[in-house]
Write a protein that binds this ligand. Sequence first.
Ligand SMILES: Nc1ncnc2c1ncn2[C@@H]1O[C@H](COP(=O)(O)OP(=O)(O)OP(=O)(O)O)[C@@H](O)[C@H]1O
Length: 261
Amino acid sequence: MMASSQGGLKSRRSTSKYANSPASSTTSCSKYVPEVSVDYLSSPASSAKSKPQHFYSESLPLSSERSKENVTVTVRFRPLREIRKGEEIAWYADGETIVRNEHTSSIAYAYDRVFGPTTTTRHVYDIAAHHVVGGAMEGVNGTIFAYGATSSGKTHTMHGNQRSPGIIPLAVKDIFSIIQKTPSSEFLLRVSYLEIYNEVVNDSLNPAGQNLRIKRNYPLSWRPTRTPRATTVDQQAPLKTDVKTTPPISDKKNPVLHNRS
Ligand SMILES: Nc1ncnc2c1ncn2[C@@H]1O[C@H](COP(=O)(O)OP(=O)(O)OP(=O)(O)O)[C@@H](O)[C@H]1O
């Protein structure tokens, strides 16, 4: 299953948040546009093991025109390859918002959006993710993450391949396209790629960055009065994938990764 959220303008050059297994990217503008971030989360859903093997659920944000909610959940069915092994369809997409049980039709669940097995990742992106990326470029925090049982299609959806790029490459393409169309602004892009597996955080881009410690980006003495700020994974060495379109912005709040030792 995947879920996404959007909301809350970031303060200018505020600390970005990370904590994902596949990827996260942060974009900020050094002029008047506040720092924006797009985070991707995806992890094997151990709790979802009880689900039928062929049930693929995934959530992504819906376009703001379609939903006024800040958090939206969508489901994407992947093609049932297991049918060759005798597996049967247990759940199916009944229209655009309902997942219905094949055997007991009265059992059904409603989501913000349901995508059938023939839906392309591009379509999923356009409907469910594009507006989060656009919002992030305007300073609104956004998160898109995939959640689902093993082999349900999280990697296919988020990462994809050359023929069918996933949400992450499509988002990156959009981000650069927006940057190109905004010559009056300067941008700093940061990308980190982390894996969280069995409660252990590893930097997928740096073999030395294993078993990382999760830190908070506010002092322990400080207690949030309203919305808590995000917990971040800090990194000791500069991120290998920094893409700079301007001289780096000096920001003491930028995260630093530390090995857990
Ligand atoms: N929408 C889809 N269309 C076609 N093939 C798909 C689709 N979704 C997933 N697959 C295929 O199903 C298989 C499992 O998908 P994938 O590896 O993305 O699952 P996963 O959820 O990332 O699994 P794991 O949690 O074990 O890493 C892959 O061979 C993938 O190519």
